[in-house]
Design a protein around this ligand. Structure first.
Ligand SMILES: *Cc1c(COP(=O)(O)O)cnc(C)c1O
Length: 436
């Protein structure tokens, strides 16, 4: 049967309504969005620069159709894989890179970078306080099988100052002859400290190198890629590490991690990932190369969409009186947004809204659940094409005071916008927020 005009909705407002967003929520969102034109223009400008940077890197390294060919077995002469690593090295302005599907996640990439370049008797220093949860077991802060501590690598940590800046005096004191490597986490992750700008990280690296130029400075770049026009390697980082199911995978990479930096350090990572003597020469790419290249190509605009979503959410919930980190006006150094609701109903309704806006599993209702490694129930919302992908629209929050929800991602700005409008819709439906 031919469809006629009454069979479908042709205007945006009605389609939002069909998806479940009431008029008052849509109008509130429109009003907030109208005040964000300049912010969004700045985000688009960063994306424009980064898009050109990625294209330039692909052209310079002569990416071709052959770069996408399937390679199996040992993966000797896997040209697509080697060229992709050259492209990453060009984008990050480094000598070399390791970008592999055999790197299972961000934690694995960080564990490789650390264990490849530390030896028994060496010390690792974190001058930015506690690292990401999963790294506690890698380092051995929490006792764990196979940790760096088990191999005789010691660890020290300098807390940030009250205002979230670096405690230079104590960092100087913490550096001694055993200090071999410094690890700097760019994103706050799930802590309440601010995320660092690349410029701040550059200053910290400069300070460390002034004391001991031979100390290896590694940056955990997770969630930070393409948020600014420069990366930590542009300001002195020896190693920059991240996950391909976050920003640089552009939503298309189905797995993987990257390490980019100085050639000798990257070679060591290759020997650690595969085997001494083999290094980067082996490790077949098994047909994922097209998604790695295409994901990197899309990453600047995908990251921009996620950033717009984060800024939009900050401004919506700030206007409604909830504490938000970062706030509505702050400059951004990663794609994570925290909103504190002060009660469990807020966290739960928010997550239900995010879930209901997903392209996948939208019919599922997220509920708080006990999770290994957490001391309270946790609720998670994600309807992702790639399992656990957090460049895709997702939210989670522990059900404990202060009842904050952490939200990130969105492969496109229209999807991030829908997700945030749906989160507000659920808060209104469940009586947490009153828009009148
Ligand atoms: C996500 C993340 C990691 C770990 O990445 P996984 O892929 O989850 O293992 C490490 N550090 C930071 C700051 C992160 O955001």
């Amino acid at each position: 049967m031919m469809s006629d005009k009454t069979d479908y909705t042709s205007d945006i407002a009605s389609l939002y309504q069909e998806l479940g967003v009431r008029k008052e929520v849509l109008e509130f969102g429109r009003e907030i969005e109208a005040g964000l034109k300049e912010r969004f223009a700045a985000i688009d400008e960063t994306a424009e620069y980064n898009q050109l940077k990625v294209i330039q890197a692909m052209q310079k390294n002569q990416v071709s159709e052959g770069s996408f060919h399937y390679a199996s077995g040992y993966g000797y002469n896997d040209a697509g894989r080697d060229t992709l690593e050259d492209v990453y090295a060009s984008v990050f302005h480094t000598e070399s890179a390791l970008v592999r599907p055999q790197i299972t996640c961000g934690t694995h990439a960080l564990a490789i970078a650390l264990s490849a370049n530390l030896r028994p008797g060496d010390e690792l220093l974190s001058p930015v306080g506690k690292p990401y949860d999963t790294l506690e077991e890698v380092i051995g802060i929490r006792p764990s099988k196979g940790s760096l501590a088990e191999y005789g690598v010691s660890y020290s940590q300098v807390e940030l100052l009250e205002d979230g800046t670096f405690d230079y005096e104590n960092i100087r004191k913490a550096i001694h002859e055993k200090t071999k490597m410094v690890t700097i986490q760019r994103s706050k992750g799930y802590q309440t400290r601010p995320s660092f700008s690349v410029k701040q990280i550059g200053e910290l690296i400069h300070f460390v190198k002034d004391i001991r130029p031979d100390i290896i400075c590694m940056v955990d770049n997770c969630y930070g890629e393409f948020v600014e026009t420069i990366e930590p390697s542009d300001l002195g980082a020896d190693l920059v590490v991240g996950s391909l199911i976050k920003n640089p995978g552009g939503g298309l990479a189905p797995i993987g991690g990257y390490i980019t930096g100085r050639k000798d350090l990257i070679d060591a990572c290759g020997y650690r990932l595969t085997s001494p003597g083999l290094g980067k020469e082996v490790g077949a790419s098994l047909g994922v190369m097209q998604s790695f290249y295409q994901g990197l190509f899309l990453a600047p605009t995908v990251t921009a969409g996620a950033l717009k979503g984060a800024v939009f959410a900050a401004n919506i919930y700030e206007r409604l009186g909830y504490p938000v980190i970062p706030d509505g006006r702050e400059s951004r150094h990663d794609i994570i947004q925290a909103v504190t609701f002060g009660k469990p109903e807020g966290v739960i309704a928010f997550c239900k809204g995010i879930q209901s806006a997903a392209p996948v599993d939208s019919f599922v209702t997220p509920i708080p659940w006990a999770m290994p490694g957490y001391d309270s129930d946790v609720i998670m919302a994600a309807g992702a094409f790639v399992q656990g992908s957090s460049i895709e629209l997702s939210a989670d929050g522990p059900i404990k005071p202060p009842y904050a929800v952490y939200f990130q991602g969105g492969l496109t700005w229209p999807h991030a916008r829908l997700g945030i409008l749906m989160s507000l819709e659920y808060l209104v439906r469940e009586g947490v927020v009153d828009l009148c």
